[in-house]
Design a protein around this ligand. Structure first.
Ligand SMILES: [Zn+2]
Ligand SMILES: [Zn+2]
Length: 229
């Protein structure tokens, strides 16, 4: 999960854990959360969406929230909301669902806080990569979500200050650390953060060194880490 904050508001990406708890730990005010992007319909990216909505509701938030993603991801989020009958809770913030499709590529999504654009990576289900540009400074960050190394992600991330790229490991639908570094180098970003690391073992020093040989400014993303840009 990632949250992007500027003076205009906050956009969060994916709900694979307790997003609200993490936001509170990070000192991010819940009422400034403008939108949540759900990149794809896998459980590690969408499973805790109802928990997030319940916690927002319990926090007293009543302002509506935009939830953005491919149809398949939003469909899972809606199903989870109905499983827990949260859509029937009195005072639950209204959800403004915004479906993105391949027609949305390159089109700003019309948010107030960040200029957000998406493109499609290559994963076992439809999955979007997301670019966030500060409307005042033009400074940008991009997030690959789950994908093989892909030209669409390179184009989306071009010139960004930070690329957050998955490094689950080489294979269909995912990328190794070295492959992520190749994407960063080709996109000419300033800095690469590797996330979505293999569940069974951390990235070892050797694979991080191989990535740094391709793209020097490569780091492992840290839980709770803050990355100004
Ligand atoms: Zn996935
Ligand atoms: Zn994943």
């Amino acid at each position: 999960m990632i949250a992007l904050q500027n003076e205009r508001g906050i956009i969060a990406v994916d709900c694979g854990g307790d997003l609200v708890q993490k936001m509170l730990q990070a000192g991010l005010p819940l009422d400034r959360l403008e939108a949540i992007v759900l990149t794809h319909a896998h459980p590690d990216h969408v499973c805790s969406f109802p928990l997030v909505m319940q916690r927002l509701w319990l926090s007293g938030r009543r302002r509506s929230i935009r939830v953005i993603g491919p149809e398949s991801a939003l469909s899972v989020a809606k199903t989870l909301m109905s499983v827990f009958q949260l859509d029937e809770c009195d005072g639950m913030p209204r959800i403004d669902w915004q479906v993105v499709s391949r027609d949305s590529v390159g089109q700003p999504l019309g948010l107030d806080s960040w200029r957000v654009t998406v493109s499609y990576g290559e994963h076992s289900v439809e999955s979007i990569a997301v670019r966030f540009e500060d409307p005042l400074t033009g400074s940008a960050a991009a997030y690959s979500s789950d994908t093989e190394p892909h030209d669409n992600v390179i184009a989306l991330a071009r010139g960004a200050a930070i690329l957050v790229h998955e490094a689950t490991g080489s294979g269909p639908g995912h990328s190794s650390a070295e492959e992520a570094a190749t994407v960063a180098a080709r996109a000419k970003v300033e800095r690469l953060l590797l996330v979505h690391l293999p569940p069974s073992h951390a990235i070892n020093g050797a694979s991080l060194e191989r990535a740094r040989a391709v793209f020097a400014d490569t780091q492992l993303g840290e839980e709770g880490g803050r990355y100004p840009f």
